[in-house]
Design a protein around this ligand. Structure first.
Ligand SMILES: Cc1cc2nc3c(=O)[nH]c(=O)nc-3n(C[C@H](O)[C@H](O)[C@H](O)COP(=O)(O)OP(=O)(O)OC[C@H]3O[C@@H](n4cnc5c(N)ncnc54)[C@H](O)[C@@H]3O)c2cc1C
Length: 354
């Protein structure tokens, strides 16, 4: 059986981001890599969006970028500027194509459908596959989105809507998210934060149709693309193994209060590349523990006070745009953390803290 110096299990966002980061820094000139990925075709399956708080390798895969966004609760809208950290959307189809075309040029890199096709005995493994077992207490961000096209100019593509809470909450936390890529084309998502045992919230198509027709007042549209997913708002428990490192969602790269993962995956890939020659000895890259601590309190509050959450999210945006964006993107300093904490309702948060 063939042996490789390195193996990446799972050629999704984390596996491919890491392979690309290592390849462009010439780490596979004299070393071999196997990528294990069961899918047959790489086609667009997701849209990854984030505030660009650091440089990344995929600027040419950005579908659209915005310098303004809005947040809504019933009868109130907040407009926020984000020119210093624009919000970007990456088309996963372009991302996969760019990476696969680059990796294919190096004969030291090979793809396999199953780990059983190769020997793992003498390899260092980067693993992005996890069996997330769902317990009743766990929260998920689950959502479905459709990209629609209209024949008239109906969207303002200079501004996106991050969260529109002016909708049915059904004793959970629910908002719509609209990313207008052009005046005739937008991705509209219905997003819930709840456990996954709420099948009644998963009538996504009905929710989307109702929102588009009755709230956005768009009667005629064509659906161009659909994405549905669930992001665990908890981290998998990993047992440290010699010669293995967990990456991506499996490696705890999801920000628990928001589900944002893409930029953390890029930071983790960069960290691994910087420590590649010494990878057996270094600790894995982690999201700063202050965010895990604060996010866990936030999620406890959310679980018990879902009806208060639209206002709590809304109030967070009373801070300066850079403070909120830095906080949500794990780049905030202590003063920014305190500004956010001070905007939260003290009694409910203190109750969960103690
Ligand atoms: C629909 C959707 C939209 C999202 N949007 C955003 C966003 O806008 N912004 C953001 O920051 N985050 C977003 N996320 C969260 C996160 O960025 C993505 O989930 C991201 O794809 C995580 O990367 P990953 O490599 O950990 O997992 P994946 O990208 O899912 O990769 C895992 C790979 O492992 C493969 N695999 C599965 N089983 C095996 C096996 N047994 N052996 C080998 N390989 C296997 C899969 O085919 C897959 O390719 C989104 C998530 C989803 C589901």
């Amino acid at each position: 059986m063939r042996e490789f110096d390195y193996i990446i299990i799972g050629g999704g966002c984390a596996g491919l981001s890491l392979a690309y980061e290592l390849e462009i820094h010439e780490k596979f000139k004299n070393k071999t890599l196997a990528i294990i990925e069961p899918r047959n075709d790489y086609i667009r399956d997701k849209t990854w969006s984030f505030w660009k708080v650091a440089a990344h390798n995929f600027e040419d895969c950005v579908k659209h970028s915005w310098s303004n966004f809005s947040v809504n609760i019933p009868n109130q809208t907040k407009y926020v500027k984000c020119d210093n950290s624009p919000y970007q959307s990456i088309d996963s189809g372009l991302f996969y194509e760019k990476i696969i075309n680059t990796l294919k040029k190096n004969t030291n890199i090979n793809f396999f459908k199953s780990i059983n096709e190769i020997s793992t005995k003498n390899s260092f493994i980067f693993n992005s596959v996890t069996n997330v077992s769902d317990s009743k207490n766990d929260l998920w961000q689950h959502f479905s989105g459709i990209e629609i096209e209209t024949n008239k100019d109906v969207f303002d593509n200079q501004i996106f809507n991050l969260m529109d809470f002016d909708c049915e909450q059904r004793n959970s936390v629910h908002f719509f998210y609209t990313l207008p890529f052009s005046t005739k084309n937008a991705l509209i998502e219905t997003t819930w934060i709840s456990d996954l045992n709420h099948p009644s919230n998963q009538d996504y198509s009905i929710q989307l149709e109702d929102y588009i027709k009755n709230k956005l007042k768009i009667k005629n549209y064509e659906i161009k693309f659909k994405e549905t997913g669930a992001i665990p708002l908890f981290h998998p428990q990993n047992i440290k193994k010699i010669n293995q490192m967990e990456i991506g969602t499996a490696g705890g790269m999801t920000r628990l209060s928001t589900g944002y993962t893409f930029m953390n995956i890029q930071s983790q890939s960069k960290y691994i590349r910087e420590n590649f020659e010494n990878i057996q000895k270094v600790n894995n890259f982690n999201i700063n523990s202050k965010y895990k601590f604060l996010d866990n309190i936030f999620l406890k509050v959310l679980k018990k006070n879902s009806e208060k959450m639209p206002e709590i999210f809304f109030k967070m945006f009373n801070c300066s745009p850079s403070t909120v964006i830095n906080f949500l993107s794990n780049k905030s300093n202590i003063y920014e953390d305190f500004s956010i904490i001070l905007k939260m309702p003290k009694r409910v948060f203190l109750k969960e803290l103690f």
